[in-house]
Design a binder for this molecule. Structure first.
Ligand SMILES: [Zn+2]
Length: 373
Protein backbone atom coordinates (compact mmCIF):
# COMPACT_ATOMS: atom_id res chain seq x y z
CA UNK A 1 0.00 0.00 0.00
CA UNK A 2 2.78 2.36 1.03
CA UNK A 3 4.71 1.42 -2.12
CA UNK A 4 1.69 2.20 -4.25
CA UNK A 5 1.33 5.64 -2.63
CA UNK A 6 4.99 6.40 -3.33
CA UNK A 7 4.60 5.35 -6.95
CA UNK A 8 1.57 7.64 -7.28
CA UNK A 9 3.53 10.53 -5.80
CA UNK A 10 6.44 9.98 -8.18
CA UNK A 11 4.04 9.82 -11.10
CA UNK A 12 2.41 13.08 -10.00
CA UNK A 13 5.78 14.83 -9.80
CA UNK A 14 6.80 13.60 -13.21
CA UNK A 15 3.59 14.32 -15.03
CA UNK A 16 1.94 17.18 -13.21
CA UNK A 17 1.27 20.00 -15.66
CA UNK A 18 1.22 22.40 -12.72
CA UNK A 19 5.02 22.53 -12.30
CA UNK A 20 6.14 24.20 -15.50
CA UNK A 21 9.90 24.35 -15.92
CA UNK A 22 9.76 28.11 -16.45
CA UNK A 23 8.50 28.49 -12.86
CA UNK A 24 11.35 26.61 -11.19
CA UNK A 25 13.79 28.57 -9.10
CA UNK A 26 17.31 28.12 -10.43
CA UNK A 27 15.95 26.55 -13.58
CA UNK A 28 18.27 25.77 -16.49
CA UNK A 29 18.81 28.21 -19.32
CA UNK A 30 15.93 27.45 -21.66
CA UNK A 31 17.86 27.10 -24.88
CA UNK A 32 18.00 24.35 -27.44
CA UNK A 33 21.58 24.27 -28.75
CA UNK A 34 22.64 21.86 -31.47
CA UNK A 35 25.71 21.37 -33.63
CA UNK A 36 24.14 19.54 -36.58
CA UNK A 37 27.40 18.68 -38.36
CA UNK A 38 30.52 17.88 -36.31
CA UNK A 39 33.27 20.51 -36.57
CA UNK A 40 35.71 19.54 -39.34
CA UNK A 41 39.27 20.63 -39.97
CA UNK A 42 39.81 23.00 -42.90
CA UNK A 43 43.46 22.98 -44.01
CA UNK A 44 44.31 26.11 -45.97
CA UNK A 45 47.45 28.04 -46.87
CA UNK A 46 47.34 30.02 -43.61
CA UNK A 47 46.99 26.96 -41.37
CA UNK A 48 44.18 24.87 -39.98
CA UNK A 49 40.81 26.07 -38.79
CA UNK A 50 37.46 24.61 -37.80
CA UNK A 51 34.24 25.52 -39.60
CA UNK A 52 30.80 24.56 -38.29
CA UNK A 53 27.50 25.95 -37.08
CA UNK A 54 25.64 26.08 -33.77
CA UNK A 55 21.86 26.29 -33.93
CA UNK A 56 20.36 28.20 -31.00
CA UNK A 57 16.65 28.33 -30.21
CA UNK A 58 15.14 30.41 -27.41
CA UNK A 59 12.69 28.18 -25.50
CA UNK A 60 11.79 30.81 -22.92
CA UNK A 61 8.49 32.71 -23.38
CA UNK A 62 10.35 36.04 -23.45
CA UNK A 63 13.09 37.56 -25.59
CA UNK A 64 16.62 36.40 -24.85
CA UNK A 65 19.81 38.38 -25.50
CA UNK A 66 22.96 36.63 -26.72
CA UNK A 67 26.26 38.10 -25.64
CA UNK A 68 29.14 35.66 -25.85
CA UNK A 69 30.41 32.34 -27.15
CA UNK A 70 33.56 30.71 -25.72
CA UNK A 71 35.15 27.74 -27.47
CA UNK A 72 37.73 25.61 -25.64
CA UNK A 73 39.38 22.27 -26.24
CA UNK A 74 38.63 19.21 -24.11
CA UNK A 75 41.08 20.35 -21.42
CA UNK A 76 39.48 23.77 -21.16
CA UNK A 77 42.23 25.67 -23.03
CA UNK A 78 40.77 28.70 -24.80
CA UNK A 79 40.54 28.47 -28.60
CA UNK A 80 38.14 31.21 -29.63
CA UNK A 81 35.79 33.82 -28.23
CA UNK A 82 33.04 35.79 -29.94
CA UNK A 83 31.47 38.59 -27.90
CA UNK A 84 28.76 41.18 -28.57
CA UNK A 85 28.94 42.61 -32.10
CA UNK A 86 31.55 40.04 -33.18
CA UNK A 87 29.09 37.32 -32.17
CA UNK A 88 26.07 38.99 -33.78
CA UNK A 89 27.99 39.47 -37.01
CA UNK A 90 28.31 35.70 -37.34
CA UNK A 91 24.73 34.93 -36.27
CA UNK A 92 21.86 34.81 -38.73
CA UNK A 93 18.20 33.91 -38.72
CA UNK A 94 17.92 30.96 -41.15
CA UNK A 95 15.18 32.52 -43.26
CA UNK A 96 16.75 35.93 -43.48
CA UNK A 97 20.28 35.39 -44.68
CA UNK A 98 23.44 36.76 -43.16
CA UNK A 99 23.46 39.50 -40.51
CA UNK A 100 19.72 39.81 -40.80
CA UNK A 101 18.50 40.49 -37.29
CA UNK A 102 16.11 43.38 -37.04
CA UNK A 103 17.11 43.40 -33.38
CA UNK A 104 20.35 41.49 -33.67
CA UNK A 105 21.21 40.26 -30.20
CA UNK A 106 17.69 39.19 -29.22
CA UNK A 107 15.58 36.19 -30.15
CA UNK A 108 11.91 35.84 -29.18
CA UNK A 109 10.21 32.65 -28.02
CA UNK A 110 10.99 29.71 -30.32
CA UNK A 111 13.06 31.88 -32.63
CA UNK A 112 16.23 30.25 -33.91
CA UNK A 113 19.57 31.66 -34.99
CA UNK A 114 22.55 29.95 -36.55
CA UNK A 115 26.06 30.88 -35.41
CA UNK A 116 28.55 30.44 -38.26
CA UNK A 117 31.66 29.48 -36.32
CA UNK A 118 35.20 29.72 -37.65
CA UNK A 119 37.94 28.82 -35.18
CA UNK A 120 41.52 29.50 -36.35
CA UNK A 121 43.94 26.96 -34.88
CA UNK A 122 47.55 27.58 -33.96
CA UNK A 123 48.38 23.92 -33.34
CA UNK A 124 47.02 20.49 -34.17
CA UNK A 125 43.26 20.04 -34.22
CA UNK A 126 41.77 19.15 -30.84
CA UNK A 127 39.84 15.87 -30.58
CA UNK A 128 37.07 17.51 -28.63
CA UNK A 129 35.48 20.97 -28.37
CA UNK A 130 33.49 22.58 -25.59
CA UNK A 131 31.20 25.59 -25.88
CA UNK A 132 29.95 28.05 -23.29
CA UNK A 133 27.18 30.43 -24.30
CA UNK A 134 26.34 33.56 -22.29
CA UNK A 135 22.78 34.87 -22.49
CA UNK A 136 20.59 37.31 -20.63
CA UNK A 137 17.18 35.78 -19.98
CA UNK A 138 14.35 36.69 -17.61
CA UNK A 139 16.47 35.64 -14.59
CA UNK A 140 19.66 37.50 -15.48
CA UNK A 141 22.95 37.02 -17.29
CA UNK A 142 23.79 33.33 -17.22
CA UNK A 143 25.98 30.77 -18.93
CA UNK A 144 25.16 27.50 -20.61
CA UNK A 145 27.77 24.75 -21.15
CA UNK A 146 26.96 22.55 -24.14
CA UNK A 147 27.75 18.87 -24.30
CA UNK A 148 31.29 18.15 -25.59
CA UNK A 149 31.56 17.81 -29.37
CA UNK A 150 34.02 15.56 -31.19
CA UNK A 151 36.06 16.97 -34.09
CA UNK A 152 36.21 15.29 -37.49
CA UNK A 153 39.93 15.58 -38.24
CA UNK A 154 40.30 13.33 -41.30
CA UNK A 155 39.41 15.17 -44.53
CA UNK A 156 39.23 13.33 -47.85
CA UNK A 157 42.35 13.48 -50.04
CA UNK A 158 41.37 14.08 -53.67
CA UNK A 159 42.87 14.81 -57.05
CA UNK A 160 42.38 17.98 -59.12
CA UNK A 161 38.92 18.80 -60.57
CA UNK A 162 40.55 20.80 -63.41
CA UNK A 163 43.83 21.02 -65.31
CA UNK A 164 46.37 23.82 -65.37
CA UNK A 165 45.33 27.35 -64.52
CA UNK A 166 45.34 29.96 -63.33
CA UNK A 167 42.07 29.25 -61.50
CA UNK A 168 40.58 31.76 -59.08
CA UNK A 169 38.73 30.02 -56.22
CA UNK A 170 35.80 32.45 -56.16
CA UNK A 171 33.34 32.20 -53.26
CA UNK A 172 35.70 29.57 -51.85
CA UNK A 173 36.06 28.36 -48.28
CA UNK A 174 35.96 31.13 -45.69
CA UNK A 175 33.48 32.14 -43.03
CA UNK A 176 31.58 34.74 -44.98
CA UNK A 177 31.39 33.49 -48.57
CA UNK A 178 27.95 33.12 -50.12
CA UNK A 179 28.38 29.38 -50.38
CA UNK A 180 29.34 28.92 -46.75
CA UNK A 181 26.14 30.46 -45.41
CA UNK A 182 23.67 28.89 -47.85
CA UNK A 183 21.53 26.94 -45.35
CA UNK A 184 18.79 25.41 -47.49
CA UNK A 185 16.06 22.96 -46.45
CA UNK A 186 15.70 20.14 -48.98
CA UNK A 187 13.10 17.41 -48.35
CA UNK A 188 12.59 18.84 -44.88
CA UNK A 189 16.25 18.71 -43.86
CA UNK A 190 18.14 22.03 -43.64
CA UNK A 191 21.76 21.61 -44.70
CA UNK A 192 24.74 23.53 -46.11
CA UNK A 193 25.87 21.44 -49.08
CA UNK A 194 28.05 24.33 -50.30
CA UNK A 195 29.87 24.86 -46.98
CA UNK A 196 33.27 24.41 -48.71
CA UNK A 197 32.21 24.98 -52.34
CA UNK A 198 34.35 26.82 -54.89
CA UNK A 199 33.38 28.61 -58.11
CA UNK A 200 36.46 28.16 -60.28
CA UNK A 201 36.94 30.88 -62.91
CA UNK A 202 40.04 30.96 -65.08
CA UNK A 203 41.98 34.23 -65.04
CA UNK A 204 44.70 35.62 -67.31
CA UNK A 205 47.82 37.51 -66.21
CA UNK A 206 45.70 40.66 -65.77
CA UNK A 207 43.24 38.67 -63.60
CA UNK A 208 40.46 39.04 -66.17
CA UNK A 209 38.13 36.10 -66.78
CA UNK A 210 37.41 36.84 -70.43
CA UNK A 211 38.73 38.55 -73.55
CA UNK A 212 36.54 39.99 -76.31
CA UNK A 213 32.76 40.09 -76.26
CA UNK A 214 31.59 39.79 -72.63
CA UNK A 215 28.18 38.53 -73.74
CA UNK A 216 29.59 35.39 -75.40
CA UNK A 217 30.41 32.31 -73.32
CA UNK A 218 33.30 31.43 -75.63
CA UNK A 219 35.01 34.69 -74.65
CA UNK A 220 35.57 33.31 -71.15
CA UNK A 221 38.80 31.42 -70.47
CA UNK A 222 37.02 28.78 -68.35
CA UNK A 223 34.52 27.81 -71.05
CA UNK A 224 35.03 24.29 -72.41
CA UNK A 225 37.73 23.27 -69.90
CA UNK A 226 37.61 19.60 -68.90
CA UNK A 227 36.00 18.77 -65.54
CA UNK A 228 37.93 15.82 -64.09
CA UNK A 229 37.07 12.99 -61.71
CA UNK A 230 38.84 13.79 -58.42
CA UNK A 231 38.97 10.10 -57.51
CA UNK A 232 37.90 6.63 -58.59
CA UNK A 233 34.14 6.40 -58.24
CA UNK A 234 30.71 5.66 -59.61
CA UNK A 235 28.61 8.31 -61.37
CA UNK A 236 25.55 8.65 -59.12
CA UNK A 237 23.65 11.49 -60.84
CA UNK A 238 23.71 13.26 -64.20
CA UNK A 239 21.63 16.17 -65.45
CA UNK A 240 21.99 17.52 -68.96
CA UNK A 241 20.20 19.57 -71.63
CA UNK A 242 19.83 22.87 -69.76
CA UNK A 243 20.87 25.61 -72.23
CA UNK A 244 23.69 27.99 -71.32
CA UNK A 245 22.95 31.50 -70.09
CA UNK A 246 24.08 34.66 -71.79
CA UNK A 247 26.84 35.89 -69.43
CA UNK A 248 25.53 38.53 -67.02
CA UNK A 249 24.28 38.99 -63.50
CA UNK A 250 20.58 38.62 -64.26
CA UNK A 251 20.33 36.56 -67.43
CA UNK A 252 19.18 32.97 -66.89
CA UNK A 253 18.12 30.69 -69.75
CA UNK A 254 15.68 28.78 -67.51
CA UNK A 255 13.78 29.58 -64.29
CA UNK A 256 16.00 28.75 -61.33
CA UNK A 257 14.57 26.01 -59.09
CA UNK A 258 16.10 23.27 -56.95
CA UNK A 259 16.08 21.18 -60.15
CA UNK A 260 17.91 23.71 -62.32
CA UNK A 261 20.09 25.64 -59.86
CA UNK A 262 23.18 23.54 -60.57
CA UNK A 263 22.57 23.52 -64.31
CA UNK A 264 23.97 20.51 -66.13
CA UNK A 265 25.81 18.53 -63.51
CA UNK A 266 27.48 15.30 -62.47
CA UNK A 267 27.67 13.76 -59.02
CA UNK A 268 30.45 11.23 -58.47
CA UNK A 269 30.17 8.76 -55.57
CA UNK A 270 33.71 8.44 -54.20
CA UNK A 271 32.76 5.92 -51.49
CA UNK A 272 32.82 6.34 -47.71
CA UNK A 273 29.84 8.72 -47.86
CA UNK A 274 31.65 11.26 -50.05
CA UNK A 275 30.08 12.70 -53.20
CA UNK A 276 31.77 15.16 -55.58
CA UNK A 277 29.44 17.65 -57.26
CA UNK A 278 30.31 19.36 -60.58
CA UNK A 279 27.83 22.07 -61.64
CA UNK A 280 27.06 24.48 -64.52
CA UNK A 281 28.52 22.23 -67.25
CA UNK A 282 28.01 22.87 -70.95
CA UNK A 283 24.90 21.20 -72.39
CA UNK A 284 25.76 18.07 -74.36
CA UNK A 285 29.31 17.94 -73.01
CA UNK A 286 28.79 15.32 -70.29
CA UNK A 287 30.58 12.12 -71.31
CA UNK A 288 29.39 9.81 -68.50
CA UNK A 289 26.04 8.35 -67.47
CA UNK A 290 24.61 7.24 -64.14
CA UNK A 291 26.18 3.98 -63.00
CA UNK A 292 29.44 4.43 -64.93
CA UNK A 293 32.62 3.55 -63.07
CA UNK A 294 35.33 6.12 -63.67
CA UNK A 295 38.97 6.42 -62.73
CA UNK A 296 40.58 9.46 -61.19
CA UNK A 297 41.43 12.00 -63.88
CA UNK A 298 38.65 10.86 -66.26
CA UNK A 299 36.88 13.66 -68.13
CA UNK A 300 33.27 13.97 -66.92
CA UNK A 301 32.17 16.96 -68.98
CA UNK A 302 33.13 20.49 -69.91
CA UNK A 303 32.88 23.73 -67.96
CA UNK A 304 30.00 25.95 -69.02
CA UNK A 305 27.44 28.51 -67.90
CA UNK A 306 24.18 26.65 -67.19
CA UNK A 307 21.85 26.97 -64.20
CA UNK A 308 22.36 29.67 -61.57
CA UNK A 309 25.56 31.02 -63.11
CA UNK A 310 26.67 34.44 -64.32
CA UNK A 311 29.62 33.35 -66.44
CA UNK A 312 31.37 30.09 -67.37
CA UNK A 313 32.82 28.48 -64.25
CA UNK A 314 33.00 25.15 -62.43
CA UNK A 315 31.15 24.98 -59.15
CA UNK A 316 32.79 22.12 -57.24
CA UNK A 317 32.13 20.74 -53.79
CA UNK A 318 32.21 17.55 -51.75
CA UNK A 319 29.18 16.53 -49.67
CA UNK A 320 27.88 13.57 -47.70
CA UNK A 321 24.84 12.60 -49.80
CA UNK A 322 23.89 12.06 -53.42
CA UNK A 323 22.07 15.37 -53.91
CA UNK A 324 23.12 18.75 -55.32
CA UNK A 325 21.95 20.72 -52.27
CA UNK A 326 20.25 18.21 -49.93
CA UNK A 327 23.52 17.21 -48.27
CA UNK A 328 26.11 18.51 -45.84
CA UNK A 329 29.30 19.92 -47.36
CA UNK A 330 32.52 18.28 -46.17
CA UNK A 331 36.12 19.49 -46.43
CA UNK A 332 38.88 17.83 -48.41
CA UNK A 333 42.52 18.41 -49.31
CA UNK A 334 44.40 18.08 -52.58
CA UNK A 335 47.52 15.92 -52.45
CA UNK A 336 49.46 18.81 -53.97
CA UNK A 337 48.36 22.29 -54.91
CA UNK A 338 50.21 25.19 -56.52
CA UNK A 339 49.25 28.51 -54.95
CA UNK A 340 49.91 31.35 -57.37
CA UNK A 341 48.29 34.39 -55.75
CA UNK A 342 45.23 35.88 -54.18
CA UNK A 343 42.57 38.54 -54.73
CA UNK A 344 41.30 40.74 -51.91
CA UNK A 345 37.76 40.48 -53.20
CA UNK A 346 36.35 38.76 -56.22
CA UNK A 347 38.03 40.38 -59.22
CA UNK A 348 39.91 43.15 -57.42
CA UNK A 349 43.08 43.61 -55.41
CA UNK A 350 44.67 40.59 -57.09
CA UNK A 351 48.36 39.72 -56.99
CA UNK A 352 50.29 36.70 -58.20
CA UNK A 353 53.83 35.37 -58.20
CA UNK A 354 55.75 32.18 -58.86
CA UNK A 355 53.71 29.09 -57.99
CA UNK A 356 54.39 27.64 -54.55
CA UNK A 357 53.67 23.92 -54.33
CA UNK A 358 51.98 22.89 -51.11
CA UNK A 359 50.79 19.51 -49.88
CA UNK A 360 47.44 18.53 -48.42
CA UNK A 361 45.59 21.83 -48.70
CA UNK A 362 42.33 23.06 -50.07
CA UNK A 363 42.10 26.43 -51.83
CA UNK A 364 40.59 29.24 -49.75
CA UNK A 365 38.30 32.09 -50.83
CA UNK A 366 39.77 34.16 -53.67
CA UNK A 367 43.09 32.29 -53.83
CA UNK A 368 44.55 31.75 -57.29
CA UNK A 369 45.73 28.18 -57.84
CA UNK A 370 47.20 26.01 -60.55
CA UNK A 371 46.62 22.29 -61.03
CA UNK A 372 48.88 19.85 -62.94
CA UNK A 373 48.45 20.09 -66.74
ZN1 LIG B 1 28.84 28.06 -56.78
Amino acid sequence: MEGLTMRCLVAALLFSPVIAVAQLTGRPVLVEARIPKPPAVLSGSGGNSLIYEIWLTNMEPAPMRWTRLDVTDGSGAALHTLADSALWRDMARPSQGTIAFLDRPRLGNLQRAVVFVHVPLTGPAPRELRHRITVTDSIGTRTLDLRPTMVDAAPAVIGPPLRGGNWLAANGPGNSSGHRRALIPVDGVPAIAQRYAIDYVMVDTGFKTFGGDRLKNESYFAEDADALAVGDGVVSAVKDSIPENVPGATSRAVPITLETVGGNHVILDLGNGRYAFYAHLRPGSITVKKGDRVKRGAVLGKVGNSGNSTEPHLHFHLADYNSPLGAEGIPYVHETLDIVGKCKTLGSGCSAGAPVTRRRLMPLENEIVRFPK
